[in-house]
Design a protein around this ligand. Structure first.
Ligand SMILES: [Ca+2]
Length: 406
């Protein structure tokens, strides 16, 4: 998830930097101390409508979180194949927990679905992917206060400076509106926070006070975040009520069709759903996508692109919609990925973690959820026993080797 947050921030930042190519040099480095800089930046905040009292209360005693510079420049630590990416995100833990949340929040999800027309399973998929259903809010192991992070980036990170400045101002607006207080506003190193891991700008522009308590809350009960998710998909993604994201399909023998056609045209070409059902004879357009040759193929319709408005990567959007489908009760993809493994069960992941821990590779717990600690432990084990590639993937091959003993 941290990787996703990072990428979204980077992409958003890249867009904002690109729009400023004729502006001040992006490479200028600050010569000001943080208090000097904060004093100079105050006028910008006041011009944005942030009160002097709010600015001084937050920035007067703030210590910039300079550890974020290294995180802004860090490269992804693990390279994942598409099947590994999907297995790790559409995990047994996320499917099981998502089904529990679907029951627990059924009345809320139903009200949002009725008002916005967004399929609750898409909302659950996003909630699960972005914050593990709010777990990062309740159990903020990898979260940090966002104001010191954004202040450090706005002050001292020459890359995408104007982006960080805007997001710091947005975060201060949020404080000024009383939606959060500086100490409880925690998030990613880039300032993405709450159930949806949104940047402050998104909370300001797409947030919804769905529980009508007078403020839009990134934290606490998920009402505002889930309704905001629906509003985001409608406004920024062009989500269309009542249609699906697409289908896993089977291509007719030897077909090399590609491109975008209506579902009816795809049907006429002999493309069918993997469950044997025919495609609807619909004028809705869809494009064919096969992530890996020989693996599953998909027809992607408009609401797939709505999800991509959240993060413009096909594999990300596929993980969201597939997690939603799995939470609904659908099975895994029918066509396996070449060289792939099935998703390990929750019990199998916990066994991997338990066995690694017993052998001295610290997984940071045995909760059945694979985060960075587990991946580092798996990679160290793979290197020790010569299991190649040492990719950190906690899957069935690693489990089989662990069961052999050392
Ligand atoms: Ca609210």
């Amino acid at each position: 998830m941290a990787h996703q947050i990072t990428r979204r921030a980077v992409l958003a930042g890249a867009a904002s930097a690109a729009s400023l190519v004729c502006g001040p040099s992006q490479s200028q480095t600050t010569r000001l101390t943080f208090p000097q800089w904060a004093g100079a930046f105050r006028a910008r905040a006041l011009a944005r409508g942030i009160s002097a009292a709010t600015y001084d209360r937050v920035m007067g005693s703030l210590k910039p979180d300079t550890s974020v510079y290294a995180l802004d420049r860090a490269q992804p630590e693990f390279q994942e194949a598409v099947w590994q990416y999907l297995n790790r995100r559409v995990s047994d833990w996320r499917i099981t927990t998502g089904r529990e949340r679907a029951r627990e929040y059924a009345p809320l999800l139903e009200r949002i679905e009725r008002e916005y027309g967004v399929d609750r399973h898409i909302m659950l998929g996003l909630w699960g992917m972005e914050s593990a259903f709010g777990d990062v809010v309740e159990n903020p192991k990898h979260m940090r206060p966002v104001l010191p992070a954004l202040a450090a980036l706005a002050w001292g990170e020459p890359r995408r400076r104007s982006y960080w400045e805007q997001e710091l101002l947005n975060a201060l607006v949020i404080v000024g509106r009383g939606w959060g207080d500086p100490n409880s506003m925690i998030g990613s190193w880039a300032g993405a926070m709450g159930h949806t891991q949104w940047m402050p700008e998104v909370w300001l522009n797409c947030g919804v006070d769905f529980n009508k308590d007078g403020r839009i809350s990134p934290f606490g009960p998920p009402d505002d975040a889930l309704a905001g998710t629906a509003q985001y998909l409608l406004r920024r993604g062009g989500y269309r009520r009542g249609v699906g994201w697409g289908y896993e399909v089977r291509l007719p023998g030897g077909a090399s069709a590609s491109g975008t056609r209506t579902l009816a045209a795809w049907r006429d070409l002999g493309v069918a759903r993997v469950n044997g059902q025919a495609l609807p004879s619909s004028a809705e357009t869809a494009r064919l996508w096969q992530p890996v040759a020989g693996g599953p193929a998909f027809l992607l319709a408009r609401n797939f692109d709505a999800v991509k408005s959240y993060n413009p990567a096909n594999t990300y959007a596929l993980a969201i919609v597939h997690l939603g489908d799995r939470i609904r009760g659908d099975g895994p993809f029918v066509q396996p990925f070449p060289g792939g493994e099935r998703t390990p069960t929750l019990a199998e992941v916990r066994e991997i973690q338990r066995r690694l821990t017993e052998q001295g590779f610290d997984t940071g717990g045995t909760d059945g959820r694979v985060g960075r600690d587990t991946m580092v432990a798996v990679r160290a084990f793979q290197r020790k026993v010569g299991l190649a590639p040492a990719d950190g993937y906690a899957g069935l091959r690693v489990l089989a080797r662990l069961r052999q003993g050392t």
